[in-house]
Design a protein around this ligand. Structure first.
Ligand code: 5AD
Ligand code: SF4
Length: 472
């Protein structure tokens, strides 16, 4: 039996892609190996959003150079966004790599591996560049690749990602995604429904719908347009699926139909990830985000009105081209005012091939980026901590995901152990429980909290002795 080692970096899309690649290779007789040394095929599923992520892959490849020299029969592959972004460059920087496959060509991996094994020649399959033809031709060169699933590859078999959209058409000036993941295309609602149904049949209870701008989802057929709100209604009907989530949202496409669906469908998590990226209008304009800070705040207000319990999270980029101290202060103000449940903060990383790299200079010094990152993080952490403190004493329903980080570290084997679960608002709750409870929906009461985690105890119904009063 052949052995496969796969390492994944990046977003949820990549985690899902890796699950699908492993499932397709399992069908060809591969088993998973837990380290490169034990594997016949070593794959890196890569990310190009920041330079750091790409450099880490080149370092990891460098560390395998010796192993490959000792065992030339091992196949070394780079797949995903960096493969599409760098193409031949991967072979130039790491000449011992055998395989380069972009995210729109992953379905070819099993055949390409056979070709390499038979011929010994390196193989590359990538999709067309966005300027390389008519939209339809480029669309066809990015294939969606979804039906094969593999619960063992997921953090728990009770949760799964379902892709509803590939690619992105927004072309924010800092972002490489529209280049490496191609044009935005919605999947057919029937396929999405069938996949969720199949997952439910396999015992999955929570489905997270994925798209780069998931709320821009549209599928047009026979004069009818299906939107994300329609999908949520359809998927709510599937028995066994208890929770529906979706990421990532684009602020301008946060329609009232979607907010109403989330507010009224009991299975929808009250959790919305809607990246703002900056709190300064000149920066948002340079980023070509298509909205102003005021538009964003108006959208937040609509969310809070329609779904008062909504937990909203955001992404921010600090140190974008030309960002002044005043621009940054405006971002801090937006974070303070918005009361996000959490914010993911990134230092701007210039990406060759984007409009931002072409038009603007990456002129904020690294030390300033670092400093702004830390300051914004401190503001957000203090907000998150205060919000979490208020949850002490309250009761939440959680879906139990599995052993907590510390249980896993200690390799706990008994039935009684620390478990982790998530609330409908995407809060992580750690509690003392029993292995049997994994995959169950439980009620926990919170007794302690920090900025990132809630600590709870399971509410057990106390059944006291019944007292009968017997009339004399
Ligand atoms: N530099 C830094 N952060 C980036 N992101 C996207 N492109 C870049 C870049 N070039 C961030 C955005 C996005 C998140 C997934 O990554 O905040 O929402
Ligand atoms: Fe990148 Fe903007 Fe598309 Fe998000 S919406 S994937 S940030 S281009």
């Amino acid at each position: 039996m052949k052995k496969l080692y796969i390492e994944t970096v990046g977003c949820q899309m990549n985690i899902l892609d890796s699950e699908l690649v492993v499932a397709s290779l399992r069908n060809r007789g591969y088993a998973l190996a837990d380290r490169p040394r034990k594997a016949d095929v070593i794959l890196f599923n890569t990310c190009s959003v920041r330079e750091h992520a790409e450099e880490k892959i080149y370092s990891a490849l460098g560390r395998l150079k010796h192993l490959k020299r000792q065992h030339p029969g091992k196949i070394l592959g780079v797949i995903g966004c960096m493969a599409q972004n760098h193409q031949q460059q991967v072979f130039q920087r790491a000449p011992y790599v055998d395989l380069v496959v972009g995210p729109g060509q992953l379905q070819q991996i099993p055949d390409l591996l056979e070709k390499i094994a038979a011929s010994g020649t390196p193989q590359m399959e990538v999709s067309l560049d966005r300027q390389q033809g008519a939209r339809e031709t480029i669309e066809q060169s990015f294939e969606s690749y979804d039906p094969l699933r593999m619960p063992e590859m997921r953090p728990s078999r009770y949760q799964a990602f379902v892709r509803i959209q590939i690619g992105c058409d927004k072309f924010c000036t800092y972002c490489i995604v529209p280049k490496v993941r191609g044009p935005e295309q919605g999947r057919h609602p029937k396929q999405i429904f069938a996949e969720a149904q199949q997952l439910a049949d396999e015992g999955c209870r929570e489905v997270t719908l994925l798209g780069q701008t998931v709320n821009s989802y549209q599928f047009k057929e026979g004069g009818k347009t299906t939107r994300l709100s329609d999908l949520l209604c359809m998927l709510s009907e599937i028995p066994g699926i208890d929770r529906l989530k979706f990421v990532t949202n684009y602020p301008r496409d946060m329609g009232d139909d979607l907010l109403q669906a989330v507010g009224s469908l009991p299975k929808c998590a009250h959790y919305l990830h809607v990246p703002a990226q900056s709190g300064s209008n000149p920066i948002l304009q340079r980023m070509k985000r298509g909205y102003t800070v005021e538009d964003y705040q108006e959208m937040l207000q609509r969310i809070r009105q329609e779904i008062p319990t909504a937990a909203v999270t955001s992404d921010f980029i600090v140190g974008f081209c030309g960002e002044t101290e005043e621009d940054f202060e405006l971002t801090c103000e937006l974070v303070r005012d918005s009361q996000f449940k959490n914010s993911f903060i990134f230092k701007y990383s210039q990406r060759p091939g984007t409009k931002g790299a072409e038009k603007f200079s990456d002129d904020v010094p690294e030390q300033v980026k670092k400093d702004r990152n830390n300051r914004l993080l401190a503001i957000q952490n203090s907000i998150s901590e205060k919000a979490n403190q208020q949850k002490i004493g309250r009761q939440y329903e959680i879906l139990v995901e599995g052993p907590s980080k510390s249980s896993r570290k200690q390799n706990q084997t008994g039935d009684q152990l620390q478990l982790t679960g998530r609330t409908m608002g995407d809060d992580i709750v750690v509690f003392q429980g029993n292995r049997r409870q994994v995959g169950q929906l439980l009620h926990v009461t919170i007794y302690e909290a920090n900025a990132f985690t809630l600590f709870g105890e399971v509410k057990t119904e106390h059944v006291g002795p019944e007292i009968y009063s017997i009339s004399p």
